[in-house]
Design a protein around this ligand. Structure first.
Ligand SMILES: C[S@@+](CC[C@H](N)C(=O)[O-])C[C@H]1O[C@@H](n2cnc3c(N)ncnc32)[C@H](O)[C@@H]1O
Length: 202
């Protein structure tokens, strides 16, 4: 059953997300319980040839939790949306696969992450990428726009998942695909949750 959040809860969650990911935008190394950057991408079996085409600084900014590209192809000329794009590594990775005849959009809630993604984009010669600030709960795109929506480590941070999935469905073309890598909690929250939540509230 999905937890019901008040508007106040939702605002608090978004504030926490922006604070945490503003730090990660500077350098994700050591901030997460899982490997980030080149180590994470290698363990998750991203294509080494495509990774080689990205500058080391771009690769270092990856903080995804899994590899959504194991779930299906990104084809030449596809239009792709990366939800919760962070510093944009998956966005740029998709843009290399669609080629110049495709288009790829990235959207993220955290301005610092989006600025990092814009800097990362400028370090490549990709011309088929747009980056927007915003929430997946209110996507700034028209209906039936994308062949594929990808998301990596973002949907677990979204309070209104039903709304987020509705928005993703709205912007997908008929027959379009959603490819998600994410974390889920199975069972009860750990006992130390109250301590963790208190530390967040400071
Ligand atoms: C774990 S990071 C992953 C970033 C990126 N996908 C990657 O693989 O490197 C999660 C990202 O989701 C973003 N995020 C969280 N809630 C969001 C929301 N409601 N809408 C859009 N992005 C969101 C955060 O700002 C953060 O950049």
């Amino acid at each position: 059953m999905e937890t019901q959040f008040t508007n106040r809860d939702k605002k608090w969650i978004q504030k926490r997300v922006r604070k945490t990911y503003s730090k990660a935008a500077k350098n994700p190394g050591g901030l997460f319980r899982y490997p980030t950057g080149h180590e994470g991408l290698t363990l998750l079996q991203y294509d080494p040839e495509l990774l080689q085409a990205l500058p080391a600084e771009v690769v270092a900014s990856y903080c995804g939790v899994g590899n959504p590209f194991t779930l299906g192809p990104i084809n030449e000329s596809d239009s792709v949306l990366d939800v919760g794009c962070g510093a944009g590594v998956d966005t740029l990775y998709s843009a290399m696969m669609t080629g110049p005849s495709g288009k790829v959009a990235g959207i993220d809630l955290t301005p610092a992450m989006l600025n990092k993604a814009k800097k990362n984009l400028l370090m490549t010669d990709l011309k088929n990428v747009i980056l927007e600030e915003g929430s997946v709960e209110n996507l700034p795109f028209s209906n039936e726009n994308f062949n594929v929506v990808t998301s990596n480590g973002a949907l677990n941070l979204v309070p209104d998942k039903a709304r987020a999935l509705g928005e993703i469905h709205r912007v997908l073309k008929p027959g379009g695909r959603l490819m998600v890598a994410d974390e889920i909690l199975i069972g009860e929250l750990p006992k130390e949750k109250d301590k963790i939540i208190k530390s967040w509230a400071q």
